[in-house]
Design a protein around this ligand. Sequence first.
Ligand code: NAD
Length: 431
Amino acid sequence: MTTAHQQHALPSYLNPDDLGPWGVYLQQIDRVTPHLGNLSRWVETLKRPKRILTVDVPIERDDGSIAHYEGYRVQHNMSRGPGKGGVRFHQDVTLSEVMALSAWMTVKNAAVNVPYGGAKGGIRVDPKTLSRGELQRLTRRYTSEISLIIGPNKDIPAPDVNTNEQVMAWMMDSYAMIEGNLSTGVVTGKPISLGGSLGRREATGRGVFVTGREAAIKRGVEIHGARVAIQGFGNVGGVAATMFADAGAKVVAVQDHTGTVVHQGGLDIARLHQHVAECGSVTGFPGAEAFLERDAFWDIESEILIPAALEQQITADNAPRIRTKIILEGANGPTTPEADDILTDKDVLIVPDVLANAGGVTVSYFEWVQDFSSFFWSEDEINARLTRIMQDAFNAVWSVSQEKKVTLRTATFILACTRVLQAREVRGLYP
Ligand code: NAD
């Protein structure tokens, strides 16, 4: 007979001394559990991914040697629909990280009410060390290995850190070759020429901007003239920077993996994009007043701070130094629970990742719908629908946070986990 203790034990594949990002997610679930009422009897489902696939990805390098990489696809929960979530290529990818990212996808998809479960994939590789040909072989072999569990009605990958439209095109083509059919809907974030959606590339940054605008209204911050500091200048941070600058905000600092550029009067974002395209990083940008060491970024005063790089960047160490009014989590999992508490005590309004960066998956959903119907929408239509969904989601979360007197993160989890567990309950357990 299973005891209560055994039932709540950690899955055996986890190291209890170092849970990594999955540990952060578990703490977030513990915070929401008291608010789930009778549904809390299902909460253990959220603490265990439904399915984990670990794959060996061997490729022949250009020099004739054979290299092996470790890849994952984790399907956290599929009660509300097929799995959905990106694929990350990064040298620090771990199973714990992919598990946490898959779980945050479950929460995010339910928060904006798109009919998906949560999934995520990754390969432990530094793609900068690979040639284009090697990257293509890696992507195709990985797709073939996970093709057992992905598909337009099963699990639909998308881009994440270091993966892009080209990687999605290779994934779609590999899957189509294996299945012997077109399979456009197997991935989103594809090039337009392969059934991609207008507005997808900008969607996450746009969603960050839209939720930021709503949060600014609640906090009485005027976007025009507001000082914005951004960590990460890629797909998410780069687009958010452009949108805030276009709305009259002053982007006073941008940090990437090489350092921080600062201009108190506001960086010229269009020129910064051009510089990064030419030089590969923000370092050396001639339009900056100053260059700072990476850690000094957290001392820069702002009205809006946007972490849009990697997880666990805002910690108990740097949170006390942060002087801002609103944090918009463009990245997934950028704030540790300890930092969350410190900042909440300092009256900083945190718009959590599972809400702020949900614009990407929302337009991925539009892409998937357009692929199924082979009927494509205009960019204006897409942006208008995205804006409405993000605004509605923000306001629904805001109401829960006011009613229950909880942070926006806990409110988003309450709303989302309730939706997931309601679906779980009406399905019942199989067999
Ligand atoms: P990207 O690869 O396009 O850009 C990442 C940026 O972060 C780059 O500017 C890089 O220089 C910077 N960076 C990397 N390591 C850093 C470090 N240690 N310190 C400071 N900066 C660093 O990635 P992206 O697609 O913009 O994703 C960024 C984050 O947003 C990730 O957490 C990702 O999971 C999340 N996210 C992305 C999407 C999407 O649609 N792309 C959707 C939702 C969430």
